[in-house]
Design a protein around this ligand. Structure first.
Ligand SMILES: [Fe+2]
Length: 393
């Protein structure tokens, strides 16, 4: 009976739900024959086995509703409340399933939209790549094709027709082996004279002008060649001691550096004037020569000058029957319906980069030339053979 009374006292001393006293019990030495409740009371942080026995019922419900995923976690409060209202049971109603399905479908829709945008971007990039490829292939093919353009110029200073073939800006490019194709095309045109208006070489290759000399010799068999120097020839001669002028002149070609030649063609006498100064040096080095050449006779004046930019003020007041120029490469890239894109001395959308112009009392024809000197390819800009017929009617 005494034992029973003692046991009863102990049981009464043990609190059922007081944490502070649990701590005391945990740290206290258990005694034989004493209660075994210390192990049972460690439920607060511990094991599943403990909670089954001592966690109150309402806590069980909260544990059961802990969501497994983030999305579910965001809405777990509401669900827990609902569940609590439902009497603590984790109920998956049809409504909830439908809501979750909707959520999944929504997520798939966002991914679908992103995928669509990526597909559209890839398609656009592919189209751009294909277009660039077409432009690139066209540029390569075109750069080896020769386009002939024909012009007619009337003058009462001539009594017969005179055909001039004008070439420019070859920059060492060759059309066929040893320019066979170019020479053949020029030959078919039966010119009376052939005018080269500069930049047939490359200034950074001062000794590499064999192709130019060879072309001059072949063309000279077709008709007399008149070769007026451009900036590439002048720079190679002045700054790199190139012998291009000396060697081509020695070969019997009329290579002209501020020089004039009076020649009779088909019964008409004309003055061919090779002016080599650029516009900024014209006053200092070119004007005296040019004034004299222009006033020497009343003959038809054919001026071969590399720079069309001379007609932005320098040569505008002269009465030039016909000037032939190059230099601007037709604007290098030709835009449909617009024309040349860029030239070094005129910038974007150059005004004087190709074709026929009347400026004051002068007429100017500009060839797009044959080659290129920079990195930018000629695009939609075939190499040009310019053909000019001067006639009295
Ligand atoms: Fe050039």
């Amino acid at each position: 009976m005494a034992d029973n009374e003692e046991k009863l006292n102990v049981d009464q001393d043990v609190p059922e739900n007081d944490d502070a006293e649990n701590t005391e019990l945990d740290t206290a030495e258990p005694t034989d024959g004493d209660y075994t409740g210390a192990g049972e009371m460690s439920f607060t942080d511990e094991t599943d086995s403990a909670e089954g026995e001592l966690i109150p019922e309402d806590m069980e419900i909260i544990d059961a509703d802990v969501p497994e995923t983030e999305d579910e976690g965001e809405e777990s409060d509401g669900e827990s409340e609902n569940d609590a209202q439902d009497g603590g049971e984790n109920v998956h109603t049809d409504e909830e399933v439908a809501r979750r399905r909707k959520r999944i479908v929504g997520a798939g829709g966002k991914k679908g939209k992103k995928g669509k945008v990526v597909k559209i971007l890839v398609s656009i990039l592919l189209i751009i790549a294909v277009l660039l490829g077409i432009v690139g292939i066209t540029a390569i093919i075109d750069s080896n094709r020769l386009e002939k353009t024909f012009y007619q110029v009337k003058s009462n200073k001539v009594t017969s027709n005179i055909r001039i073939v004008c070439l420019s800006d070859m920059h060492l490019k060759e059309f066929g082996k040893d320019n066979e194709y170019l020479v053949h095309e020029v030959d078919k045109l039966s010119p009376d004279i052939i005018a080269l208006v500069g930049d047939m070489n490359m200034e950074d290759q001062p000794d590499n002008y064999g192709a130019v000399l060879n072309l001059c010799l072949k063309l000279n068999e077709i008709a007399p060649v008149y070769y007026s120097l451009g900036n590439h020839e002048i720079d190679a001669i002045l700054f790199s001691k190139s012998n291009i002028y000396k060697d081509i002149k020695a070969a019997g070609i009329k290579i002209m550096n501020n020089e004039t030649d009076t020649v009779t063609i088909n019964g008409t006498t004309i003055d061919i004037i090779g002016l080599t100064q650029n516009p900024t040096e014209f006053e200092r080095y070119g004007k005296a020569f040019f004034d004299k050449a222009m006033s020497a006779t009343d003959n038809f004046k054919l001026v071969l000058n590399h720079y069309p930019e001379q007609f932005f003020g320098t040569l505008d007041d002269y009465n030039i029957d016909l000037a032939l120029a190059g230099h601007a490469h037709g604007g290098q890239v030709r835009l449909p319906w617009i024309g040349g894109l860029y030239s070094a001395d005129q910038g974007f959308f150059p005004k004087l980069c190709d074709g026929y112009h009347e400026i004051g009392n002068s007429r100017l024809l500009i060839t797009r030339g044959l080659g290129k000197s920079g990195l930018v390819p000629r695009i939609f800009n075939k190499p040009e053979i310019m053909v000019v017929d001067i006639g009295w009617y």
